[in-house]
Design a protein. Structure first.
Length: 210
């Protein structure tokens, strides 16, 4: 059985350069977008995609959301987190501007994958918070990497971004991989009885600016 990252398994090599593989129109309930897919340096395709509004080439301060996949929230409407609400807020905001982009990253459960995320949920039902659950499973609290996001933005011609996030690590992660962040814009929804502790943990233990 492969070891979790924090126990010695090698992380995938960070993506430094991406190329556009295909793009198509994506009319949505929020407005008209394009969906763009990408390839790695070796020609293999990425699972990550970009949801694009307008022509981003040469864009500075482009409104941007880097969104990590959350199957339970994004697809099934789970109330345990605020992921779907943040994604919908970004789509609503970006549908009203000329240029914007959402980078949708396949980094479920802060990088631990859906199977381990369900195990983490079970541990949370026993009293652990979201960070404690990941650590109990042998993972770091957050395994996400933003090299691919920066590479995809460069492939789209983006020069710099205005990042819609509450997570300072996303700002730092993009900058670390060469994508300037000129502004951080808060994106948050009202808490509920189901996600109040989750949001408090993100604020107190993960440094989210809530």
């Amino acid at each position: 059985m492969p070891l979790p990252h924090s126990l010695g398994a090698a992380r995938p090599r960070p993506l430094r350069r991406a190329e556009i593989f295909a793009r198509a129109k994506l009319p949505s309930r929020y407005g008209d977008f394009e969906i763009v897919s990408f390839t790695r340096e070796d020609g293999s395709t990425l699972d990550d995609v970009a949801i694009v509004r307008g022509d981003l080439a040469g864009g500075e301060g482009v409104p941007t959301r880097v969104h990590s996949e959350c199957l339970t929230g994004d697809v099934f409407g789970s109330k345990r987190c605020d992921c779907r609400e943040q994604l919908e807020l970004a789509l609503q905001r970006f549908a009203s501007v000329e240029v914007a982009v959402i980078i949708y990253m396949r980094q479920e459960g802060r990088g631990i994958g859906i199977a381990h995320k369900v195990r983490a949920y079970a541990l949370q039902e026993q009293g652990l918070d979201t960070v404690e659950a990941n650590l109990h499973l042998g993972f770091d609290s957050d395994l996400r990497d933003y090299a691919s996001a920066a590479a995809m933005l460069r492939a789209l011609g983006v020069v710099s971004v205005a990042l819609h996030t509450n997570n300072q690590k996303k700002v730092d992660g993009l900058r670390e991989h060469g994508m300037p962040v000129v502004e951080r814009i808060s994106i948050q929804s009202d808490p509920s009885e189901h996600n109040e502790r989750y949001l408090a943990t993100k604020r107190e233990k993960c440094g989210h600016l809530l």
